[in-house]
Design a protein around this ligand. Sequence first.
Ligand code: FPP
Length: 256
Amino acid sequence: MTASAESSSELARLPQHVAVVMDGNGRWAEQRRRPRPFGHRAGVKAVRGIIRACVAKGIGALTLFAFSSENWSRPRSEVRSLMDLFLRSLRREASQLSDNGVRLRFIGDRSRFSAELTKLMHDVELQTQHNARLHLNIAINYGGRWDIAEAARKLALAVQRGELAAEEIDVECFGQALSLSDLPEPDLLIRTGGEHRISNFLLWQMAYTELHFSTALWPDFDEAAFASALADFALRERRFGKTSKQLAPDGKTEGG
Ligand code: FPP
């Protein structure tokens, strides 16, 4: 195989959209006898690393699970420190992300955030809206069930207003009402921290996503760990319900 053929086949096996459950910040801090927010701050460094790696490799979309709808039930001091960290990190990083062609968007229910954070999220989305090198989506106060319920509510309202016939609602139409419907669905989900769960992340969007579980705690998830997740992904056979034979380059589709 020539070098260019090799690199183009490598490219074909690169995910277009990577989703990440960044788990293990608390344990990372506890191992160092430090308070949990220390782990979240270290987690921001790992966030920078994966963004840089995605830009360098030409991965077009990255969706990070920063705060789930269930995370409000954590100790009040931890929630406050996470909100503060989001605010400070966004303020600090927005311009650099924008200069590097990153489009930033937030998915989730914004109704519980402070006015200051809500405004900043809106401003950053506006500031980066024309960038297309990397679509960086931050899931914050997000839940997959919330996303599905919101889509159902939007469609029901459209039916009520007479803009949509109930008969028109199918998988395609429903998918269009969900978060990130303008992006390809995640090809690869990485979850760090050793747990094997989806935890109410992009439930609908991950129907055919390849899952990669890493025992690394999120602050330790470095470039080498990401490269190993991508190498694991490159070996997966994605059949989307077909047979292996159908997927072979000369594979004939049975029954047309
Ligand atoms: C889960 O680890 C991590 C979180 C709930 C917060 C993740 C947030 C960051 C890494 C900051 C990201 C910042 C921006 C601006 C995107 P855990 O606390 O559940 O860890 P544990 O399982 O060890 O307790």
